[in-house]
Design a protein around this ligand. Structure first.
Ligand SMILES: Cc1cc2nc3c(=O)[nH]c(=O)nc-3n(C[C@H](O)[C@H](O)[C@H](O)COP(=O)(O)OP(=O)(O)OC[C@H]3O[C@@H](n4cnc5c(N)ncnc54)[C@H](O)[C@@H]3O)c2cc1C
Length: 454
């Protein structure tokens, strides 16, 4: 099969040596690795179709990969698998300002989508923390979220059309440029968030928005986590939907301050980063009302950025959270659960209780406005006794989220990491329905097998 792949793609697009394969044995998820048999770099849907036909003939599993920044083990190979990396399919094919759409190949880096739209006064809102390196195909496959999710939603809300190659090699277009289109089942949505298990995304048609004219950034700190949670409730109750409403706990604040030196108080229990955007007068008015609400809830400090540079500096406090925490211990396990917004304070207290029970260092930050939290376990994967406690803690965090009416993943996907918990959330019949859909589209179980479910 390798000789056939080399003939199809050119030898430079087929990696087989052990040294070349090592970087494709893992993604951003701690402690999961498996060497593939080979890595291939196709250029278009026709080549992908031919690769899938070959893989089918040779009964070889295919793991699609973008940049490998996934945090649920989605692009970690299984034994003897072919990794199909789309990074060479990296062209923006069309920017259509009359219809406010952009058509891209799956390997385009998310930041480039944002910059291309921005250059013509348009806006692509989804902004995962990994956007400088993640691909748009990976974002669609994971239905990635980001800091602007509260007001603007997630990747799914911007996908108007997809080209996908199915396991049998057939190429399908799902969706189109029409704002209204109800012809047939909404299969496009089925592929969004399907984590490479149903088909390979080869083109993405994205909806763009007009760029907001102004933005205001605020950073508020609190001595009580409940006061921060109450501030969030008060903002929403005042009918203000900020574009960003992010949270850091005490440990994260300390790590960020040590790393980014943005002048955060060391006595704060909680920090909120809040951004409003839109017409300049509306953004400014909302920021003033938010400032008043934070103060009335007893904020220790409220800082409001005077210009874009200060705004970027305040936003750095949240954007650097993961990197700042990662400096503390050799292994950083970024968990991802979501609860209804009313249950946030309870969820954070549960995480603190679980950390104390298992004597683990667990920081919490996340998208407070969406109810999406990232309890972040700072550990060392070489310490087997501690890793045992980490696994118990993760299961208890998931249990706590589900008990509060939450979900096992808000944005990182199920992959391998959350697979053991999916049935617990969905129940028997919904879980069986997912498997039936997978079996219909991929009867030989060749596309990313073992991810989401067995
Ligand atoms: C520092 C950091 C911050 C992050 N912040 C966020 C965040 O704020 N929000 C968020 O949602 N995620 C975040 N992530 C997770 C990750 O970046 C996203 O899931 C991202 O969408 C993955 O893109 P990728 O190109 O790296 O995909 P990969 O990791 O390569 O793949 C992810 C999954 O998508 C599948 N896949 C990839 N490309 C295709 C394709 N073309 N067709 C079909 N399937 C495909 C793979 O098989 C795999 O299952 C973060 C990760 C890191 C390391």
């Amino acid at each position: 099969m390798l000789a056939e792949l080399q003939q199809l793609l050119g030898p430079e697009n087929v990696l087989t040596s052990r040294e070349d394969l090592i970087p494709y044995a893992f993604d951003g998820t701690a402690a999961l690795k498996q060497l593939p048999r080979a890595v291939v770099f196709p250029r278009d849907a026709a080549q992908i179709s031919a690769i899938l036909k070959l893989a089918r003939a040779h009964r070889t599993p295919v793991i699609t990969r973008g940049s490998g920044t996934g945090l649920s083990g989605g692009s970690v190979p299984v034994e003897n698998a072919l990794v199909l990396c789309v990074l060479k399919m990296d062209r923006i094919l069309e920017l259509d300002p009359r219809n406010l759409t952009l058509l891209a190949e799956p390997g385009v880096i998310t930041q480039k989508i944002f910059e291309t739209a921005d250059a013509v006064g348009l806006f692509y809102p989804p902004d995962p923390g990994s956007m400088k390196i993640s691909t748009i195909g990976g974002n669609v496959a994971e239905n990635s979220g980001g800091l602007r999710g509260l007001k603007y939603g997630v990747t799914r809300d911007y996908v108007m059309g997809l080209e996908v190659v199915l396991a049998d090699g057939s190429v399908c277009w799902l969706g189109n440029k029409c704002v209204k289109d109800v012809a047939g089942y909404n299969l496009r949505d089925l592929f969004i968030g399907s984590e490479g298990t149903l088909g390979i995304i080869t083109k993405v048609l994205l909806k763009l928005l007009p760029k907001p004219a102004a933005r205001q950034t605020l950073l508020a700190t609190f001595s009580q986590m409940d006061a921060a949670a109450e501030t969030v409730s008060a903002i929403i109750a005042a009918k203000i939907i900020p574009c960003t409403l992010e949270f850091l706990d005490r440990t994260t604040i300390a790590c960020v301050e040590a790393y980014a030196k943005v002048g955060l108080p060391n006595d704060a229990e909680a920090l909120l980063l809040i951004e409003t955007d839109g017409h300049p007068a509306a953004a400014a008015d909302e920021a003033t009302r938010i400032e008043d609400l934070a103060r009335s809830q007893g904020a220790l400090q409220v800082r409001r950025a005077r210009d874009a540079a200060e705004s970027a500096q305040l936003a750095l406090a949240r954007r650097s959270a993961f990197s700042a925490l990662a400096r503390r211990k050799p292994t950083t396990i970024l968990e991802d659960v979501t609860v209804p917004r009313s249950e946030l304070a309870k969820m954070i207290r549960s995480v603190q209780h679980i950390a104390a029970k298992h004597t683990l260092d667990i920081a919490v930050f996340g998208h407070f406005g969406d109810g999406n939290l990232h309890p972040t376990i700072l550990t060392d994967e070489r310490n087997t006794a501690e890793m045992e406690r980490v696994h118990h803690a993760i299961a208890e965090i998931v249990d706590a989220a589900l008990a509060l009416g939450g979900t096992i993943t808000g944005e990182h996907g199920v992959g391998l990491a959350k697979k053991p918990f999916l049935k617990q959330q969905l129940g028997e019949s919904s879980h069986a329905l997912l498997k039936a859909i997978k079996h219909t589209l991929d009867p030989d179980a060749l596309l990313n097998p073992g991810k989401i479910f067995d």
